[in-house]
Design a protein around this ligand. Structure first.
Ligand SMILES: Nc1nc2c([nH]c(=O)n2[C@H]2C[C@H](O)[C@@H](COP(=O)(O)OP(=O)(O)OP(=O)(O)O)O2)c(=O)[nH]1
Ligand SMILES: [Mg+2]
Length: 330
């Protein structure tokens, strides 16, 4: 609409709130944008524009009441996606609606559909929604394996099993100093263990080996991402990148990465030379990037709330999610 475009040109991006609602089977509610609107025919998360001075959570409640007739009882931010369309810039502010009353019904003649999260890739959605789809499929904890010596296979298997039992569902297999042969020999066992627990397994750096072994994806160091012009694996695999500043985040987005880590938030013994970002700078960097971001660097499980308040998907950690050799599952 004319007024919208004028608004976006004069006062920065349009703040749009949208809600992820799930049914009892975990399916997600989508609504089809009506004919004659921006992005007509595409399937979106229900929601709309914040009014002047309106808090995002109030706008969310109002939009979902108006569009689908439900009352939001509990919601928390999932991801903010800054996105530039040719004719307007938006901040797509997506919230998880964890409790609501009423049955979602079309109040504005829009079509509604409940879709399995894993089927969302095949749905025609606005491009700004892609990072949100990734975010709703990712957990809030990401384990990076500790630097074990070559041959410590059993320690690795036990640690991964312990993490899975503690609910970790996303793991980066990082084995510095191990040969490809050794990694290949072990990765299949690790992959099967992860599959048994419904956990996803990414391999550090070696995307070719990740593809050969049928792993869930690759996690690239920033210096590797810097040499690429596009993601090295197809969209049915995860591609993650380790980032430390705005330029690396922008490069990760440019090559079509699915998500990133951003570090170090705090000082870490592993990288004493790197100056920590702190939560304030972390949040500023996250606000600029249209990707889910895991906070990394000296963090504990208790830091997940701080990370999420700073716009993160959650936290990535070695020590916090590895646990002690003799610890019982919690
Ligand atoms: N609601 C919603 N809007 C989205 C999504 N993805 C996306 O790019 N958008 C864009 C489309 C629109 O340009 C803008 C939202 O505008 P809207 O038309 O829904 O706003 P509204 O409900 O307040 O409607 P109106 O009063 O302007 O008719 O954000 C999404 O998942 N949900
Ligand atoms: Mg709307």
């Amino acid at each position: 609409m004319g007024s919208l475009d004028a608004e976006s040109m004069t006062s920065g991006p349009i703040h749009v709130v949208a809600g992820v609602l799930r049914d009892a089977q975990g399916r997600v509610l989508l609504a089809q944008r009506p004919p004659g609107t921006h992005l007509a025919g595409l399937w979106e998360f229900p929601g709309g524009k914040c009014e002047d001075g309106e808090a995002p959570v109030d706008a969310l409640a109002r939009e979902l009441r108006e569009e689908i007739g439900i009352v939001v009882e509990s919601a928390h931010p999932l991801i903010g996606v800054p996105f530039r369309y040719p004719d307007k810039s938006i901040l797509l502010d997506v919230w998880q609606v964890s409790a609501f009353s009423g049955i979602p019904l079309s109040r504005e003649s829009q079509r509604l559909a409940w879709v399995e999260p894993d089927a969302l890739d095949g749905v025609d959605m606005p491009p700004a929604d892609r990072p949100a789809v990734t975010a709703l499929r990712l957990p809030d904890r990401y384990l990076i394996t500790p630097a074990l010596a070559p041959g410590e296979d059993d320690t690795l298997m036990r640690g991964i099993e312990r993490a899975c039992r503690n609910g970790v569902r996303l793991i980066q297999l990082r084995l510095p100093g191990w040969s490809s042969e050794r990694i290949a020999g072990l990765a299949r066992r690790v992959r099967n263990l992860c599959r048994d627990h419904g956990a996803r397994l990414l391999l550090h750096a070696d995307w070719k080996l990740a593809a050969v072994l049928g792993l869930d994806g690759v996690h690239l160091p920033a210096r590797a991402a810097a040499t690429l012009v596009q993601r090295p694996l197809p969209v049915d695999r995860w591609v993650a990148v380790s980032c430390h500043d705005a330029a690396e985040l922008a490069q990760a987005a440019r090559i079509g990465a699915d998500f990133v880590t951003l570090s170090p938030v705090y000082e870490t013994p592993g990288h004493p030379e790197a100056s920590p970002l702190g939560w304030e700078r972390f949040a500023e960097l996250v606000a600029e990037v249209a990707l889910p971001v895991f906070a990394l660097g000296g963090l504990e499980t208790d830091d997940i709330d701080a990370a999420r308040m700073s716009g993160a998907q959650g936290i990535a950690a070695i020590r916090a999610f590895w646990g002690a050799e003799n610890s019982a599952p919690v």
